[in-house]
Design a protein around this ligand. Sequence first.
Ligand code: BJW
Ligand code: ZN
Length: 251
Amino acid sequence: MTIPTPVRECVSKAESICVLTGAGISAESGVPTFRGKEGLWKKFRAEELANFDSFLRNPELVWEWYSYRKKIINEVQPNPGHIALAEMQRLIRDFTLVTQNVDNLHSRAGSRDVLELHGNITRSYCIRCRKAAFEESLSKAEKIPVCEFCGGLVRPDVVWFGEYLPAAAFEEAMESARRCDLFLCVGTSGVVYPAASIPLTAKEHGAFVLEINPEYTDLSSRVSDTLIGKAGEILPELVRIMKKEHNHESA
Ligand code: BJW
Ligand code: ZN
């Protein structure tokens, strides 16, 4: 992929970078996205399953969805997009990685201090006593895991619709968005708030906001530029540009 010259210049000069990722970055690893045809699981939309009322009404169904996704996530590997972001962090002193994903693939690719806005599917907790539930007790469960301490229902440690995002992670993400000179918005449809407001904040504060997605999104008309293509192809190219600049500087 040829990167347009203004983008190339911005990428090579960037000193402070903030990245927001969504389900699209894990698509090339084989993890289904939420929206679009392939985002449907048994004809349910994420909006119908990812909320507390649905969980109370039908915990079996919601757990079936999470067990299916956990199985996929355990079987896949980070892809060149995840790996490029871990490499970018090693090149740029002020670098923040914010993800909406719960799949842990950024950490597995070697990224550090990942700000997880929507939780992490590898953790679970009891809705009654709030104690963490361990993987071992989950795998022993018939269909719905229950708390080994109090017998309450166990739920995945993720953020559902109508629930607050972890305040410290969200605030740190917003601070980084206000401070950065380059913001990368990778593989997200930009329809879920407040995560989708982070690139908009970066733009308001003067950053060059670059979207990377095979399709135009709800955010496209509001960012500085969109590179139409796959994260696993474009991000390694951006890292090559940054490395060139670093070698040039240290020569
Ligand atoms: C590729 C690719 C490749 C493919 N390379 N790209 C303000 C305005 C309007 C609404 C609201 C608002 N504030 C709050 C709301 C309500 C709600 C909301 O946003 N609703 C909208 C849907 C209308 N938000 C909330 O409820 C949030 N909480 C909140 O605001 O708290 C305050 C509050 C409290 C009490 C009452 C009211 C408010 C919480 C949102 C939680 C979202 N949770 C989920 C599930 C997490 C757990 C789980 O994983 O199961 O998070 S929903 C789901 O959507 C998941 C995702 O993180 C999130 C975003 O999806 P994402 O990542 O963008 O994926 P997709 O599938 O949509 O897009 C994939 C993209 O990849 C596509 O564009 C592809 O083209 C692209 N792609 N291949 C690059 N190779
Ligand atoms: Zn409990």
